[in-house]
Design a protein around this ligand. Structure first.
Ligand code: GLA
Length: 377
């Protein structure tokens, strides 16, 4: 059974009958450009083959009923949520999207969710959920779903994430979930949401992006992510310009703020270098750029952790071309660029290093760039 079948099955079991349709959206992994989206920077994510599916049917009584295979069932009564942001857990992402979009003619929904995006691994399970619900709502109620429409849907998903789920994230995850393209990385300019689809097929060149899920807690609603975001905002205010346009960060007196700003500026430079390498078909040139990104995230931005550093170091020692932590940090996943012939040896070395430190056994998946949210049934 596919994930889309699972969602349809959960729908029939919970609500009876057939959904109006099933829509799905991918998780993501970011190749480079970490903690720069909310600073109006550049990033280069890919969509994953792992997806979240939403089976959806219209209602006419104002009620929203949600069920998720593996989670609980939640019902929202007519009017109880309008203007309110108090919804707990995964339902906040769903309801948040519906309220942020406010699709014309929507008078309630039944929604069943299924997913194979690992939760809490920093692979954007929440954005996948938001994007699937957003596209379903758009197609059911006639909102545009061309590229401009998808940009608007992604922005509504960010409102859901920020205002309803309470995670102060940027927009990278939602943009890739709705606008990614199979076989390509998405060069996203977060200043205006313009995109370039850059061909990226490492396996065709005998290499792969191996995702290492450290299986250590990754939470974006705690204080650290918001703290970094505030530091970046403060630095830009003090310098009087967006960090990507600042000629130098040396004018910042506070050493911590200076390091935070330096990460953003140097990371944006690394995204440009990575995009150039991919445009030239030189995937292996990503390696040193990934290594430099990890050092910057670890030392200047201070969002790595011992489990991520251990995985990255072990992968490099076992012959990776480059490796770095990805996503918000403080746990979650790392990516390793390596030759296909090295995958087994690197996975074994990373697993052994985790065991030596008494960390959880990591999970692995190979990330081939997949497509964006779409209707699957
Ligand atoms: C999380 C957020 C994104 C982005 C990354 C860091 O994944 O959801 O918006 O800020 O962290 O690059």
């Amino acid at each position: 059974m596919t994930v889309c079948d699972d969602a349809a099955h959960a729908f029939a079991e919970s609500f009876g009958g057939e959904p109006d349709g099933v829509w799905c959206a991918p998780g993501r992994v970011n190749i480079i450009g970490e903690h720069v989206d909310y600073a109006g920077g550049l990033c280069l994510p890919i969509a994953l083959p792992q997806i979240t599916a939403a089976a959806v049917r219209r209602r006419t009584d104002g009620r929203i009923r949600m069920v998720s295979a593996g989670f609980d069932r939640v019902e929202i009564d007519p009017g109880s949520l309008l203007g309110s942001t108090r919804v707990a857990g995964w339902a906040a992402y769903v309801v948040g999207v519906v309220y942020a979009l406010d699709p014309p003619g929507c008078e309630g929904l039944d929604i069943a969710i299924a997913s194979n995006v690992p939760v809490g691994a920093g692979l954007s399970s929440s954005a996948a959920l938001e994007a699937a619900v957003a596209l379903a709502s758009a197609e059911l109620f006639g909102l545009p779903t061309d590229d401009v429409g998808r940009d608007r849907l992604a922005r509504a998903c960010v409102v859901a994430e920020n205002d309803y789920a309470g995670a102060p994230t940027g927009g990278m995850d939602q943009q890739i979930a709705l606008r990614g393209r199979a076989g390509h990385a998405l060069l996203l300019d977060c200043a205006d949401d313009t995109v370039e689809h850059v061909p990226f097929d490492p396996e065709a060149q005998g290499m792969t992006i191996l995702v290492v899920d450290t299986r250590t807690a990754h939470r974006l609603v705690d204080g650290q992510y918001g703290d970094r975001r505030r530091a970046v905002d403060d630095a830009a205010r003090m310098l009087g310009s967006a960090l990507r346009d600042a000629p130098s960060v040396d004018g910042l007196e506070d050493p911590v703020l200076r390091r935070r700003a330096r990460h953003v500026v140097t990371e944006i430079g690394r995204v440009r270098a990575a995009a150039d390498a991919l445009r030239a078909g030189r995937v292996q040139d990503l390696g040193p750029v990934l290594d430099a990104s990890h050092r910057s995230l670890r030392d200047d931005f201070e969002v790595s952790c011992i489990e991520l550093d251990t995985a990255v170091d072990a992968a490099r020692r076992a012959g990776a071309l480059g490796a770095r932590m990805v996503g918000g940090g403080f746990g979650g996943s790392a990516i390793v660029l390596c030759e296909l012939t090295r995958v087994a040896a690197i996975a074994a070395a990373v697993t052994a290093a985790a065991a030596r430190h008494g960390f959880p056994a990591p999970g692995f998946l190979r990330a081939a760039p997949a497509g964006a949210a779409h209707r699957c049934r």
